[in-house]
Design a protein around this ligand. Structure first.
Ligand code: 5GP
Length: 180
């Protein structure tokens, strides 16, 4: 693994694909345990675009029936959270009466996930669980419980495995951290 350059910034190798996918399989095992006996198929809600790769990998390791819905939100510009969560594209299908599992790539301040959970409940979701591939615990200070967490990372800006820097870098299978 060597360094990569995206726009004006350089990123160095941080988490190899094998480690990320081990963390995703652990989350899938927890979901398999919790949803094995559910009567109604839950809905996986993919938070576009960053969580596409994570959601695809996670679904491959689940063994219960489920549906897939997407939503596009944004609170990030460049390498920083703006604090305001924008709903760019609504839900691709209704979630009324459904058990929803939010699939998020990374929880930072938690503004996105908390706003999204409120939105889903206001749309009539029966229950909402939060599932994130990565968490920055140094930044996340909200009381909202995170039901499934793949891996905790320090407070640094990362790309790869679906995560971008101004739309570049999503295609890398490993995760890279900004080289400052
Ligand atoms: P929050 O609302 O929790 O502050 O931010 C969540 C969203 O910000 C994530 O879904 C992701 O899009 C973006 N984000 C947070 N940290 C990072 C990071 O280190 N790298 C990238 N590429 N995006 C991040």
């Amino acid at each position: 693994m060597s360094k990569i350059t995206l726009h004006d910034k350089t990123f160095k190798p941080f988490i190899p694909q094998a480690k990320i996918e081990e963390a995703i399989r652990k989350v899938a095992d927890e979901l398999n345990r919790d949803f094995a006996d559910s009567k109604e198929p839950p809905v996986f809600l993919c938070v576009l675009n960053d969580a596409i790769v994570f959601t695809g990998e996670l679904l491959k390791h689940t063994h219960f029936n489920s549906e897939l819905v997407s939503i596009k939100l944004s609170s990030y510009q460049g390498t920083r959270s703006t604090g305001t969560v924008l709903n760019i594209l609504g839900l691709t299908a209704p979630v009324k009466g459904k058990d929803v599992i939010i699939c998020e790539d990374i929880v930072d301040t938690g503004n996105t996930i908390v706003a999204l959970k409120e939105l889903l409940l206001s749309e009539g979701a029966k229950s909402v669980r939060i599932c994130t591939m990565l968490l920055k615990p140094e930044v996340y200070k909200k009381p909202e419980k995170l039901d499934y967490v793949g891996m905790e990372i320090p407070n640094a800006f990362i790309v790869g495995y679906g995560l971008d820097y101004n739309e570049l870098g999503r295609n890398y299978s490993d995760i890279y951290v900004i080289d400052e």
